[in-house]
Design a protein around this ligand. Sequence first.
Ligand SMILES: O[C@@H]1[C@@H](O)[C@H](O[C@@H]2CO[C@@H](O[C@@H]3CO[C@@H](O)[C@H](O)[C@H]3O)[C@H](O)[C@H]2O)OC[C@H]1O
Length: 463
Amino acid sequence: MAYLKVSGTKIVDQNGKEIILRGAGLGGWMNMENFISGYPGCEFQIRAALAEFLEYFFTEDDAKFFKSLGLNCIRLPFNYRHFEDDLNPRVLKTEGFKHLDRVIDLCAKHGIYTILDLHTASGGQNTDWHADAGTHIAKFWEHKDFQDRVVWLWEELAKHYQNSTWIAGYNPLNEPTDPYHTRVVEVYDRLYEAIRKIDPHHALFFDGNTFASDFSHFGDAHKKWDNVAYSIHDYSVFGFPSAPEPYKSTETQQHRLRRSYEKKRQWMDERGLCVWNGEWGPVYARKEYEGERTDEINEERYLVLKDQLNIYNKDRLSWSIWLYKDIGFQGMVYVSRETPYMKLFKDFLAKKHRLALDAWGADDSHVRDVYQPLIDLIKREVKPEHQNLYPAPVWKLSDRVGRLARNILLSEFFVQEWAEHFKGKSEQEIDEIARSFHFENCLHRDGLNKILTDNATLVAQEK
Ligand SMILES: O[C@@H]1[C@@H](O)[C@H](O[C@@H]2CO[C@@H](O[C@@H]3CO[C@@H](O)[C@H](O)[C@H]3O)[C@H](O)[C@H]2O)OC[C@H]1O
């Protein structure tokens, strides 16, 4: 078994044979996220409560199931805090490897490649909750020391994983949002140099700026880099509650889907470079919130999914759908409502939904009257040319207000309420709660999984 590598627009094996990676991001395991695991706010506010969860979230049964769908790659998002403490920087916490090693080995045993995704960097490399910084200012870009620490961490990871051929490559920084667009390239230069000195073999997957959507400021950067693929995140607005209209797969809608994808990969196409779609996929309606409309909405979402797959198949694109496992919003498998975890948090989750504490796919209809006056005030008092702060236009004004007012400010007040659910629980009870995430306690999103399996069969026939 030898390393995969990037050759022109393709990923190839040691014999030069094209390998198209089709898989999923594991989701909230070594980077738990609010809508994936159910807590409010950021992971750093929550972590201690769910130690056993790391063991149960992905086991051999998950690997077997994943492989049975005809998929061949899992992107593994992880938080830098598993490897380094902010109060003890540059001192490696080797226990972080225990969890990653276990899942990489399990995947390898079942013929599944993995891609290591540093989903959070010290200081926060982007403006959103999943960078786990607790703020909307991505300080990573302003402090050299934060950048030095990420370079150091990747050196440690490269030392540890340089010989693992089932790792398809390293995805050094999830979704950077550098407001200047230049520092991201400088950091990639440093990461490239540092990793290559230790590990000349593994492919690198560099995300575009502004949540992996924009390479327009990368210029000739690629000329210095070898064995590098470029990652877009191709979320379509049609896959979310904020869609401008129901998705019916009309010609105009398909055109819009394709245009938004093509724009993201334009820089690579102009230069003949390899593209990887590191995140994409709709979210799904839930009976407890969307009621009778649930099935109808989800059929529309599946239509978006199918049309996206058609586009990707034509381009022989490697992709990683977001995501494998959660509590029932986007995952291919999800924790059953009948488990101790879901029963314990039933009311809390309903409240979280009503208050729109999560940003991802938020339904703010119950609280819009509270926040709309803030948006109106900004519109009224701030000069129009000053209203579009970066990461606009990806973030509209309402997104910004929602992120700051609901997902940061209000969420913070609910962290303790979430944690109090664990008070007085015995060790055995805590174990059962964490075990809710075990494969045997999960349901399958059959509509989604069937589309992925049918697609796997189709592309295998077309080879
Ligand atoms: O951890 C993941 C995280 O990586 C992911 O990040 C979001 C990606 O989408 C961003 O917005 C999209 C940008 O492109 C436009 O075309 C789409 O319409 C937007 O949805 C968003 O700001 C990021 O936070 O999100 C899910 C997390 O679980």
